[in-house]
Ligand binder design. Structure first.
Ligand code: ZN
Length: 266
């Protein structure tokens, strides 16, 4: 039987084979313990309409079947950790034709925020080394790195507009076809002009206001680069949709089309 399954895999090619396996995982029963964790630790779950709850559970089944979770710095990964990461990530894949995260290879979890050393351009043509404390990172090679306390805090308050899982998995989507640019793969060429117009206006306005010392919904970090703007706007879209729709209606609209959901209605 195993040999036969492998033969079918070779015959279909890796992409079709993966879709076939995903379709099977989607039909698996959703464990009661996972459901309990969602109810206890992630208040947003109860607010989702039943059809989106069901879609979220199916996406979680795929994500958790496909993705290895690695505990770093001595962290022992528990079911609760895997379920809460997968649930918040699956929020980004609720559009009815959304697949999984195509390049995702593994999730690395840390017991606390972690320190990253790297060289960054100094703006004058040279490079300087920089040390940063991070709650999360997303790498183009398919790794998402998260601090567990930040994952938990993000889940506990689903209306503060801050969510490290949404942020890093938005980067993963943005990195689907190379370095993050703030424009994820939209599926069809016709969709880019509308995205660029809505996004460009909101980004320019945010940068201008931040430069003038004014408070903005997206904030200084989001204004630092288009890729960060997309990731932070995604956090606000899911966690404070009314504020985003009011501040940047066109941006809210293109995000709503891209993610295939309307959180204002939840
Ligand atoms: Zn980021």
């Amino acid at each position: 039987m195993l040999a036969l399954t492998a033969l079918v895999g070779v015959f279909l090619g890796p992409a079709a084979w993966r879709r076939l396996r995903q379709a099977r995982w989607r039909q698996q029963p959703f464990p009661t313990t996972w459901r309990r964790i969602l109810r206890r630790r992630w208040p947003l779950y109860a607010r989702l309409p039943p059809n989106l709850q069901a879609r979220l559970r199916r996406q979680m089944l795929v994500l958790l079947a496909e993705t290895p979770f690695v505990g770093c710095n001595g962290l022992a990964v528990t079911t609760e950790m895997r379920v809460l990461v997968a649930a918040q990530a699956a929020l980004l894949r609720l559009r009815d034709d959304a697949g999984s995260f195509p390049n995702l290879r593994e999730v690395l979890l840390y017991p606390a925020a972690f320190v990253v050393d790297r060289t960054v351009p100094d703006g004058a043509g040279l490079w300087r080394s920089e040390r940063r404390v991070q709650s999360g990172e997303s790498w183009q090679r398919g790794q998402v790195i998260l601090s567990w306390p930040d994952v938990l805090a993000g889940a506990a308050d689903p209306a503060d507009g801050e969510n490290v899982v949404i942020h890093e998995f938005a980067h993963q989507l943005d990195q689907q076809r190379g370095a993050a640019t703030g424009a994820p793969f939209l599926g069809h060429r016709d969709r880019y002009p509308g995205w660029a117009a809505a996004f460009g206006t909101a980004f320019a306005e945010t940068r201008q206001r931040e430069a003038a010392g004014q408070r903005t919904l997206i904030g200084a970090y989001g204004a630092s680069a288009p890729a960060e703007f997309f990731a932070v706007a995604s956090e606000r879209f899911f966690e404070c949709p009314a504020a985003l729709a009011q501040a940047h209606p066109a941006l809210y609209h293109v995000l709503s089309v891209y993610y295939g959901v309307d959180p204002l209605a939840w």
